[in-house]
Design a protein around this ligand. Structure first.
Ligand code: SF4
Ligand code: SF4
Length: 126
């Protein structure tokens, strides 16, 4: 049975089974921004059973007028602070931000499929 995910307007599909052996390439690698909205901040803080202000100070940083999740440097690479290599996954999965939920179907990649394929082994031409 096919497990491919598709989104209208995108000329590729995504095979989520690829995540099992990928070692979180979308959560690690080059440094980047993982933006979180106010509602998402509250949801993640609740999941972590933390006061919102305490959560913001510990896990986020301000980029212009937005908040982004902190990263940790691992060797020459960077990892989202919520990525757990041993568990091969996101420790806040149920409350992960929209930016993470919608990957790999970002408008940015609509015309950059080759670039996306370098990052995500689950991309399939359709
Ligand atoms: S890069 Fe692609 S295959 Fe790897 S964890 Fe992220 S979504 Fe899954
Ligand atoms: S919040 Fe979770 S899904 Fe998003 S980058 Fe961090 S570890 Fe990955």
């Amino acid at each position: 049975m096919s497990t491919l995910m598709r989104e209208e307007g995108f000329r590729y599909a995504f095979n989520p089974l690829a995540c099992e052996s990928c070692e979180g390439r979308c959560c690690t690698g080059e440094s980047g921004y993982i933006y979180v909205s106010k509602a998402e901040i509250e949801k993640i803080a609740e999941l972590k059973n933390m006061d919102t202000r305490e959560f913001v100070e510990k896990y986020l940083f301000k980029k212009m007028y937005k908040y982004s999740i902190k990263e940790k440097k691992v060797g020459e690479s960077y990892e989202c602070i919520f990525y757990d290599k041993d568990a091969n996954g996101c420790t806040i999965y149920d409350a992960r931000p929209s930016q993470c939920k919608t990957f790999p179907f970002w408008d940015y990649y609509k015309k950059r499929v080759d670039e996306l394929k370098l990052e995500c082994p689950g991309i399939v031409d359709v």
